[in-house]
Design a protein around this ligand. Structure first.
Ligand code: 7PJ
Length: 304
């Protein structure tokens, strides 16, 4: 009997994530909670604390599995936010949302924000810089929070200036993530705490590189021994210009395009999908999962 479970469709390793252990029988939906007055697609509508709380509650009602709290816009060209300002935005939200009993991620690359967010109860640190800032690994190593290690070519201020240059974008992103994960593990971070992300839109040619990465999403994950479960892969394409470039619509009107991208990511093994439009994504992924499960039923009865 041939082994029908190839490495390509093994479930990702469960993710140790603070108070939670996340498993990936289906892709989990991470809802984006931006509290940045200059956030590119929400236009700052959720700048106020009360608005952010209401938005979080709605995302939970809509079925979000994780909330990703961000206090600094990282869109290309955005100005950096001082540490104190970022802390003032994210810490009260973490404290308030802890009782909601949902995994809380903090989207930051600043070690001091990581430290204080973990102390306030964050379950996960999502770093677009891939824990490359001096002190970032030290800020997370002794906690049990989950990590998302993202690939970025260049820096937010400059990454889309000129055309990003790769000869093999999938191989280069994977090599980068391999190296980051090796450094984290050498510093004592357990493998079970690590998820990875190819960083859609962060220093990639809008169409050529981003769509190659999506097409080969599973191959962007770090190498694991033969037969071992892959690292969980997070995919964040919601409303991004890689979608706008094809559908020719402003960010708030890219919901349908975002859903198509989410389904493509699910099909290619994404463990976590980071989105603005939680309710719609949850619906789309239900249909995707039903098709997957029906296909599995056929595979199982063909074996008997
Ligand atoms: C991402 C992110 C992403 C991860 C942002 C935006 C820009 N974190 N933070 N992956 N993007 N892990 O949402 O458009 O793609 S901010």
């Amino acid at each position: 009997m041939p082994n029908l479970i190839s490495q390509g469709n093994l479930l990702p390793e469960p993710l140790q994530c603070g108070r939670f252990t996340l498993t990936f029988e289906r892709p989990l939906v991470m809802g984006i909670l931006n509290i940045t007055p200059d956030s590119f697609s929400d236009g700052g509508r959720y700048a106020e604390f009360g608005d952010a709380l209401r938005r979080a509650e709605q995302m939970l009602l809509d079925g979000a599995d994780i909330l990703d709290i961000g206090g600094e816009s990282t869109r290309p060209g955005a100005p950096p936010v001082p540490v104190d300002e970022e802390l003032a935005r994210v810490i009260p939200l973490i404290e308030q949302l802890r009782e909601a009993n949902v995994p809380l991620s903090v989207d930051t690359y600043k070690p001091e924000v990581m430290r204080q967010a973990i102390a306030a109860g964050a379950d996960m640190v999502n770093d677009i810089w891939g824990f490359r800032m001096p002190g970032a690994i030290d800020a997370v190593r002794s906690s049990n929070c989950g990590l998302c290690v993202m690939h970025m070519h260049g820096e937010p201020q400059t990454m889309q200036v000129g055309t990003p240059d790769y000869t093999d974008v999938v191989g280069e992103v994977r090599a980068f993530l391999d190296a980051r994960v090796a450094e984290l593990e050498a510093a004592g971070v357990a493998r079970a705490r690590i998820s990875v992300d190819p960083g859609f839109g962060f220093g990639k040619a809008v169409i050529e590189h981003n769509y190659a990465l999506l097409a080969h999403l599973a191959e962007t994950a770090p190498h694991v021994p033969q037969g071992a479960a892959p690292y969980p892969v997070l995919a964040g394409m919601s409303r991004k210009s890689m979608l706008g470039a094809l559908v020719n619509r402003p960010a708030p009107e890219r919901v349908a395009a975002s859903l198509a991208a989410a389904v493509c990511a699910a099909e290619r093994g994404a463990a976590i999908i980071r989105v603005h439009d939680v309710a719609q994504t949850v619906d789309a992924l239900k249909i995707w999962a039903a098709v997957r499960d029906a296909g599995r039923g056929e595979a199982a009865s063909a074996q008997n």
